[in-house]
Each structure stands twice: as structure tokens, then as C-alpha cells.
Design a protein around this ligand. Structure first.
Ligand code: AGP
Length: 618
């Protein structure tokens, strides 16, 4: 995600744009930039780092603050590491057009090659610079105005975008367009001024009148005239609906949710989609990941894969172990990075190490990578922050496209890490021939359904809230799962611990008999994952053993389950899918459960005590 903030009207643009970016920093904060048009020239300032750093730079450039038209951007990098050149806004080659963009242009490489063949050159590695030059090329070849050029150009673009574009030769208008990423237009009194932003937080104090573009819509915003909305694909006019903003500033930054954690739980359908977008190609029935293809021999000839990570990322790594061994038949070991780095491990150049980290800055994981590299291993990274230390230290890697995860308790990072691991395991399995092609294709089809299934699953929020109210005062909880869902049990326990401060332990369901069963009594809630293809009968036996000791069972079952429903005290149904994909679903109710219990206990959900979002120290 990135944040866009633009203004056109009678006020000074700079204060509105820069303060707007500050309110949007939760959407991305690795680099920022502002363009202010003074009536003749477009003054551009952009830099790696936060908006406050940009502000410092602009302080020494007073000319860059004069003008009543401006646009700004705070970045969450997806293509091109965070640096000054890759920061937005981006100019077209002629210098006439300027554009800011939130999203991912999937076919940017093809477009870039075509533009280069037509004499264009590029300063940055971004998909955004390609887009602004595509619009320029269309404008020149079609001899049309900016609005028409944007509409025609976007019919050739595949991906997700929210853009604002300005042409210095048509200084009374701004063009915006949206597909898959949000754009809000603040409408000033008598059409004398307009605001454009990724959400309404930058302009809520100036106007309560907002137009929210729908997907595949664009708008031509003209001072004194108003907002004309068109369908991108056929240019058909759309009657814009002006909405009255009711939310407070704080609510707007959290997308209307009470906490970032809940917002990020609800972002998972989009985050999972963005993570497999451009990598899982259903039509071609392939998984395209150049970061794997380039080093395919390393993976296929590896003696083993060692996964190193911490916390929730370590739990994702455990799911990865089950995925790689089941689908790609490659031996896997999963190690806590903090243990791996100090236990004098035996590592050879026949080992592949996969490091998983949301922040890309976890000290123990970074140290484990350096150790593995020093002993000859090939190291692959799975991170959520482009250009992070771990992303730069590894030989190759893939980004999760979860967008910034602000809540300290990791949620969408977990499911997007599992998504990447699943794609890699399927790709390696297909390359090794360990997965029959029809199974491979079935997995792609089932993975394609996951975001929608998560969307549906999120409707159980009220039921989870009821269950949370029953067990919020528990002192100890057990989480049990088998197979692919054993790591989900561990993750569910960690979520509860870290935000509600209730002691919880995750266990393989069968291990309960080897000790923890002694803990069970009528005060002990046990959360059991009992999906229909995951050693179901064995888990049912475990549940019966618990019931005979008066334990309280909250079961996560597959839709249509009858047996467990009869014996559990509470149950939550998740949609049916391949067992290997169930962690993407079974984790959702456990995330919601820990969230609601923590809220009911009055805890600081987004910043739990003693915790930091990124543990950059040992
Ligand atoms: C998860 O909810 C925690 N915030 C924590 O365990 C986290 O997963 C761990 O610190 C690893 O962080 P990383 O993924 O950024 O490396």
C-alpha cells in the first residue's frame, strides 16, 4: 500500500499535501515525495525515508512550497527498492506530466520494453514511471488531452492502481483513476477546490463531501467545473455520488476499524490476492517466480531446506515444512533463528536456507542468514518490506505483498507468508514431478478461491465475539492441531498470549496425552482444529478424551461437520479446501478470537505491553 495526497484550488497546496501524507504514513513510510506547481514550474522534492525527513529537505527549498496545486506520495515499495529515485511523484520523459501511484502494474515490464523501443528512457526501477510515460506516449500518438490519454492508457494496463496525474499545460485539472486501490475525492464548496487522497483523512477537516471512486473508474477534476467520472474501459459517463463523511480522523486512518490489527485481519483477502497476483497464472496453469526459477537447481539438488525465522514467521515456516515435504518431497528443518545462530550448526553448500521475516529487520534472523551464507548455503528470503536488511542480505527472495502491518500482532503477514511458501512448494513439486499435473492444477484452482473463502469466513466475527466473551477470563488455554494445523495451533496460542496476556500453549493434538492432559479441568478452554481431511478421526478421539475430563472444547471444523459439532461446547465452521491450504482459513477465527478477548479485557491491542513490531536487537 502507499498513500496519495493531492490538492487543487485556491489555498496553498504544500501544507495540505504534506500534512495529508503524514496522516497516510500508516499506508507506507519507506520514502516520500511532493510536487508543487507554482503556475509555471513543477517543483519536485522526494527522498528515501519518512515524511518528516522530506519536510526537512523542503524547508531549505522555499520555492518548492509556492503554488496552489500539488501532489504527494508516501511509499510502500513493491517494485524498486526504497531510494530517492524510486520515490514518487514520477515525471514523464517530457517533464510535462507528473503522476503518483498506489498499486502494482503487473505488465509493466512488457510496456517498458515497448516504450524503450520508442525512444523512452527511465530513471527509476518502478512500474509507476512506466505508467506515466505510457500515458505520455498515448497522449502524443493520439493527440488527445490528458483525461483521454489516461483512459486509453489504462485499458492496456494489468494490475492494481490508484493514480493522480497532472499536466502542467492544463493547470486547472487533475485526473484520478482506480482499480483495486482506494481513491477518495474531497469536494470543496462551489467546486472552488478539490482534494485527492487514498482515504479521507487528509481532507476531512476541509470538507465532509467526498466521492469514492469505484474500481475501473476515473475522474477528471476541474476547478470551478466539478468532477466528471468515467468508466475506464468504455469511457461511459458515471453519475458521481457525493457522500457525507461521518468518521473521525482516527477512524479513517484505521479504515473505520477500531484497531489496526482488526483492519489487517480484514485485509487478508486482498493481501493474499496481491501476494499470488502475477505469480499464480491460472490460465497458463503455471507458477511464475523468477526468484525461484533463476536458482531452481539449488532447490532441486539441495540436501535439505532449513527454514529460519522467529515468532509468527517461525510458525509460517513450520507450515512450510509440511508443504515442502508433502508437495515437493524435499527434506526440511525449521529452526528458531536465535537457536540456529548459536548452536554451531552443520551447514554445507548443498543446503538451502529460507529466512522468513515480516519486517526484514529481525536481528536473530539476519544473523542466522549471515552465518548460513558464511558456510556456503544458498539463502532465500521471504519478507514484507522491500529493501529491508534481510531482503538485501539474501541471495534471492520473494516479497509478500501484505502492505504495511502496523499492529504488533502479526496477522496478514502470516497468511501471506504461507501463500508464498505454498506457491514455492507447488512450483518445486511440479519441477520435480512429485505432484501430478492434475493435482497441481487443482491446487491452483483451490488457492484462487482462498481470498473469497476468507472474505466469507470473516462474517463469523460476531460468533467469535460471543465465544470470546465466554472465555475471556480464562487463566490458561490449550490450542491443539494436527498436521498442517499444528503450526496454526501454535500461532493461535501466540496471538492470545501477546495481546490478551492470557497464558496459552499450542500442542500437536496427540501430544496432549503426554502431559498437558493433566492440566484439563472445567476451567480450561481447549481450542481444537478439526478439519475434515486432517487426521479427523484421531482429532475426534482427542476431543473425546478432553470431554471426559470436563475440558471446554471450542472446535474449528469444516463446513458441514456433524460429529464434532455434537461433542464440542462451541464450534466455528471454515470452508472446505485442500488440507494443505487449510492454515490460510483456520487461522482467521483464532486471530479474531484473540483480538476480541484482548479488547474485552481492555488491552492495548495494537501495541501490547513489552512488545515491539520489529525485534532488531538480540
Ligand atoms: C507476531 O505476532 C509477533 N509480533 C512476533 O512474534 C513476530 O512474528 C516476530 O518478532 C518475527 O518478526 P519478523 O517476522 O518481522 O521477523
Amino acid at each position: 500500500m502507499c498513500g496519495i495526497s493531492a490538492y487543487i484550488g485556491y489555498r496553498k497546496a504544500y501544507p495540505i499535501v504534506i500534512n495529508g501524507l503524514k496522516r497516510l504514513e500508516y499506508r507506507g513510510y519507506d520514502s516520500a515525495g511532493v510536487m508543487i506547481f507554482d503556475g509555471e514550474n513543477m517543483h519536485l522534492s522526494k527522498t528515501k525515508g519518512k515524511v518528516s525527513h522530506l519536510e526537512e529537505i523542503i524547508k531549505s527549498k522555499p520555492k518548492s512550497k509556492v503554488g496552489n496545486i500539488g501532489m504527494g506520495h508516501t511509499r510502500w515499495a513493491t517494485h524498486g527498492v526504497p531510494n530517492d529515485v524510486n520515490s514518487h511523484p514520477h515525471f514523464s520523459q517530457s517533464g510535462d506530466l507528473v503522476l503518483v501511484h498506489n498499486g502494482i502494474i503487473e505488465n509493466y515490464d512488457t510496456i517498458k520494453k515497448e516504450l524503450i523501443s520508442r525512444g523512452y528512457s527511465f530513471k527509476s526501477d518502478t512500474d509507476t514511471e512506466v505508467l506515466v510515460n505510457l500515458i505520455e506516449e498515448v497522449k502524443l500518438t493520439e493527440g488527445c488531452k490528458l483525461g483521454k490519454a489516461v483512459q486509453l492508457a489504462l485499458t492496456n494496463v494489468v494490475g492494481a492502481y490508484a493514480i493522480a496525474v497532472f499536466d502542467k499545460n492544463r493547470p486547472n485539472e487533475i485526473i484520478v483513476a482506480r482499480l483495486g486501490s482506494p481513491i477518495a475525492i474531497g469536494v470543496g464548496k462551489d467546486n472552488k477546490e478539490f482534494f485527492v487522497a487514498s482515504d479521507a483523512s487528509p481532507f476531512v477537516e476541509y470538507t465532509k463531501d467526498a466521492i469514492y471512486l469505484e474500481d475501473e473508474e476515473m475522474a477528471i477534476i476541474r476547478v470551478g467545473k466539478g468532477v466528471k467520472v468515467h468508466k475506464i474501459m468504455d469511457d461511459a459517463l458515471v453519475q458521481p455520488e457525493i457522500q457525507k463523511l461521518q468518521m473521525s480522523l482516527d477512524q479513517i486512518e484505521k479504515g473505520g476499524f477500531d484497531h489496526f490489527m482488526l483492519k489487517e485481519i480484514y485485509e487478508q483477502p486482498k493481501a493474499i490476492t496481491d501476494t499470488f497476483r502475477g505469480r499464480m497464472l491460472l490460465e497458463e496453469k503455471i507458477i511464475k517466480m523468477s526468484s525461484i526459477e533463476t536458482y531452481l537447481d539449488k532447490f532441486l539438488n539441495a540436501n535439505r531446506i532449513i527454514i529460519v525465522a522467529c515468532g509468527t514467521s517461525w510458525h509460517a515456516g513450520l507450515v512450510g515444512e509440511y508443504l515442502f515435504e508433502d508437495l515437493a518431497r524435499i527434506p526440511v528443518e525449521v529452526e528458531y533463528a536465535s537457536e540456529f545462530r548459536y548452536r554451531n550448526p552443520i551447514i554445507t553448500n548443498k543446503d538451502v536456507v529460507i529466512a522468513i521475516s515480516q519486517s526484514g529487520e529481525t536481528a536473530d534472523t539476519l544473523a542466522a542468514i549471515k552465518l548460513a551464507k558464511s558456510m556456503g548455503a544458498f539463502v532465500y528470503g521471504i519478507c514484507n518490506v522491500v529493501g529491508s536488511s534481510i531482503a538485501r542480505e539474501t541471495h534471492s527472495g520473494a516479497y509478500t505483498h501484505a502492505g504495511p502491518e502496523i499492529g504488533v500482532a502479526s496477522t496478514k503477514a502470516f497468511t501471506t507468508q504461507i501463500t508464498v511458501l505454498t506457491l514455492i512448494a507447488l512450483k518445486l513439486g511440479q519441477a520435480k514431478g512429485s505432484i501430478p499435473q492434475h493435482n497441481f492444477e487443482n491446487y491452483l484452482e483451490k488457492m484462487q478461491l482462498i481470498p473469497k473463502q476468507v472474505e466469507e469466513l470473516l462474517q463469523i466475527d460476531e460468533k467469535v465475539k460471543e465465544i470470546a466473551s465466554v472465555y475471556k477470563d480464562a487463566k490458561n488455554c490449550l490450542y491443539l492441531g494436527r498436521g498442517f494445523n499444528f503450526p496454526v495451533a501454535l500461532e493461535g496460542a501466540l496471538k492470545l498470549k501477546e495481546i490478551s496476556y492470557i497464558h496459552a500453549e499450542g500442542y500437536p493434538a496427540a501430544e496432549m496425552k503426554h502431559g498437558p492432559i493433566a492440566l484439563i479441568d472445567e476451567n480450561m478452554p481447549i481450542f481444537v482444529i478439526a478439519t475434515n481431511k486432517g487426521h479427523y478421526e484421531k482429532v475426534v478421539s482427542n476431543i473425546q478424551e478432553i470431554k471426559s475430563r470436563a475440558g471446554k472444547i471450542i472446535a474449528i471444523v469444516t463446513e458441514g461437520d456433524v460429529t464434532v459439532k455434537e461433542i464440542a461446547d462451541h464450534y466455528i465452521e471454515v470452508p472446505d479446501t485442500e488440507e494443505a491450504l487449510t492454515p490460510l482459513l483456520t487461522t482467521i477465527p483464532l486471530q479474531l478470537l484473540s483480538y476480541h478477548i484482548a479488547v474485552m479485557l481492555g488491552k492495548n491491542v495494537d501495541q501490547p505491553r513489552n512488545l515491539a513490531k520489529s525485534v532488531t536487537v538480540e
